[in-house]
Design a binder for this molecule. Structure first.
Ligand code: NAP
Length: 227
């Protein structure tokens, strides 16, 4: 087990380096960690936490571990997105510092995951590595653990079991890249059509530039994610 804290770039990099050293060959990356906060939290790097943990950290992990994937038979990166991704990216105030909303910042982070997956699938077209994102459904987990008793009760009462929530992810793992569609959003085990904004590659490119600005001081080496 390699432990790391995704709300710190230093810790994310240390953990990725440990994985690199221990496992020079990786079959895939499953980037599932995520947060939904009830109030504004700043990370060790001075960034709104949802943005860093849900979007910047998986991009950094993908960049750092990319080379280790290249020898695998069906190499892939799978990031957990969400059915909550409606709307657009708030480029004016991407961290929602002026008026914080845990709901909006979470929804934006998951739209961000979906957009960068679509963009990277095109960018990685010459690489054997494919990238997918998946929505587990509404699951009774500890997500939103600090958003108050009402949200906690709703998750626990109406969410499906974590075992059921893992089904889409497992179905992706059981298929080869040839059977899957690069860059796509998967829910209930299949490619699912979602909001028109989530297909906007111009918005995706603008978002990747913003992410690169955040990550630039921490990027070592180059990868097809951040050439
Ligand atoms: N539950 C749902 O209905 C639902 C729906 C759509 C999408 N999702 C997504 O599914 C994924 C898993 O969430 P979940 O529902 O299983 O919620 P959860 O029970 O709160 O699990 C979140 C996971 O992320 C890890 N994590 C959070 N912050 C981290 C950090 N700074 N560094 C490292 N790990 C961190 C947590 O580790 P610790 O336990 O050690 O803190 C935990 O393993 C998330 O991306 C979430 O957005 C969930």
């Amino acid at each position: 087990l390699v432990e790391g804290n995704l709300n710190s770039f230093a810790s994310t990099i240390t953990a990725a380096n440990q994985v690199k050293a221990q496992y020079p060959k990786l079959d895939g990356l499953i980037l599932n960690a995520g947060v939904w906060n009830g109030y504004f939290k700043e990370t060790a790097d001075g960034i709104e936490e949802t943005l860093q943990v849900n979007l910047l950290a998986p991009l950094l992990q993908s960049h750092l571990l990319f080379k280790n994937l290249e020898g695998a038979t069906s190499p892939r990166i799978i990031i957990t997105s969400s059915g909550l991704h409606q709307g657009v990216i708030n480029f004016e105030d991407i961290e929602f510092r002026k008026k914080f909303s845990g709901f909006k910042v979470y929804r934006q982070s998951k739209l961000g995951v979906i957009l960068v997956c679509r963009l990277l699938a095109k960018q990685l077209a010459d690489s054997p590595v494919e990238i997918y994102n998946q929505h587990p459904g509404f699951v009774a987990t500890s997500l939103g653990r600090d958003t108050g008793w009402l949200a906690r009760t709703i998750f626990k009462t109406f969410g499906k079991s974590p075992k059921k929530g893992a089904e889409t992810l497992i179905s992706l793992l059981e298929k080869s890249n040839e059977e899957l569609v690069n860059g796509e959003f998967y829910a209930n085990g299949k490619v699912t059509k979602i909001t028109k904004e989530s297909y906007d590659l111009e918005m995706a490119a603008q978002l990747m530039d913003v992410c690169r600005n955040y990550l630039d001081p921490h990027l070592t080496g180059s990868s097809p994610i951040f050439p």
